[in-house]
Ligand binder design. Structure first.
Ligand SMILES: Nc1ncnc2c1ncn2[C@@H]1O[C@H](COP(=O)(O)OP(=O)(O)OP(=O)(O)O)[C@@H](O)[C@H]1O
Ligand SMILES: [Mg+2]
Length: 337
């Protein structure tokens, strides 16, 4: 478990301090996939790099299993870093080494393994990331997705408990992104490895994360379960990000379209997504629903749907409609009465 307590970091440029992250407080549980999302310059890389002290915070503590890593001796830090693998947006592979040599490198650095042990581990890792056939190629001969697989194999070499991912899919096309995200999910499940990833894409958060923190101008503006934050964002910045990820244009249906109410936003989660709830309520209360807008999808393994509907009836009783949805465990927000 990682506790980030009051962590701040400023960069000094020409003698002037520029705050990158300010008073960050977060807790990352063992075995979860924790996402940090934010716009460019929000402080994501700075924050994730404090977790292995590639950036040293100016203030605050980073406790891993109760121990503050900012107070580690260089020997302790070296051991800790071995158990905290990292992958990068631009892969950071060694150009003059083959795939197998790149993966072998972190094993060699420990000085603890025999040649045979290293051979075995490298083969195991290349199987895991499905690159056994590319083992003697050089990075320049690989696609972006393959390079990132090498990065992942290398990061996992010393059996880390934590994997830090700095925009690991930003340089990849959508399909390759999905395959890398599937691999990360698989690794998380099979080895119970804790993953912290940063991204500026909501789709990445939706695909793999259990919980998320939203970073804006160096400050955490919102955090919680992905289902909660994505379906009921509170902060305007988060709302705008979620809307954008649904390719919505941000039209304010109530204000701009001047639609007569009542308007409801319904959120279906899990099992409820498959139930014909609208029809049921429509029959029992003798109202109709005009669907104005909607998204359906999946958050990691949980199906969800979110609809904006207009309630139509001779004299629709919004309170009764609300009650009926609540009864079916559907979250119902009244946008206009
Ligand atoms: N080495 C540095 N020296 C000075 N300022 C820096 C340095 N690195 C980052 N910054 C500044 O700190 C702030 C946070 O940067 P950071 O790289 O953490 O953001 P980010 O969220 O990772 O952005 P991006 O999505 O563009 O990678 C920015 O204002 C950036 O300009
Ligand atoms: Mg960055």
């Amino acid at each position: 478990m990682i506790e980030i307590i009051n962590v701040s970091k400023q960069y000094r440029v020409d003698g002037v301090g520029i705050p990158a992250i300010t008073n960050i407080n977060l807790r990352i549980e063992e075995g979860e996939v924790f996402g940090i999302i934010g716009a460019s310059g929000a402080g994501k890389s700075t924050l994730i790099r404090t977790l292995n002290l590639l950036e040293r915070p100016d203030g605050g503590e980073i406790r891993v299993d109760g121990k503050d890593i900012t107070r580690f001796s260089s020997k302790e830090l070296q051991n800790y870093r071995r158990k905290a693998g990292m992958i990068f947006q631009h892969f950071n592979l060694i150009k003059a080494k083959t795939v197998a040599e790149n993966v072998r490198y972190p094993l060699k650095l420990t000085g603890e393994y025999s040649e045979a042990e290293m051979d075995r581990r490298v083969a195991e890792l290349l199987d895991l990331v499905e690159l056994a056939e590319q083992r003697d190629k050089y990075p320049a001969q690989l696609s972006g997705g393959q390079k990132q697989r090498v990065g992942i194999a290398r990061a996992l070499a010393n059996h880390p408990r934590l994997l830090l991912c700095d925009e690991a899919t930003s340089a990849l096309d959508p399909q390759t992104t999905q395959s890398i995200l599937r691999l990360l999910r698989d690794i998380n499940r099979r080895f119970g490895l804790t993953i912290v990833l940063i991204t500026h894409e909501m789709d990445v958060i939706r695909a793999v994360c259990d919980r998320v923190a939203v970073l804006d101008k160096g400050v955490v503006i919102e955090h919680g379960l992905v289902t909660e934050v994505l379906l009921h964002p509170r902060h305007p910045v988060t709302r705008a990000m979620v809307r954008e990820s649904h390719h919505e244009d941000g039209t304010d249906l109530v204000g701009h379209l001047g639609l007569p109410g009542p308007l409801l936003r319904l959120t279906f989660l899990g099992e409820a997504t498959y139930q014909p709830v609208l029809e049921r309520i429509s029959r029992s209360l003798d109202v109709s629903f005009n669907i104005l807008e909607g998204v359906i999808g999946r958050i990691k393994d949980t199906p969800y749907g979110q609809l904006t509907v207009q309630v139509i009836g001779t004299d629709p009783d919004v309170a009764r409609v609300e009650e009926a949805f609540a009864h079916q465990s559907i979250h119902c927000e009244v946008l206009a009465r």
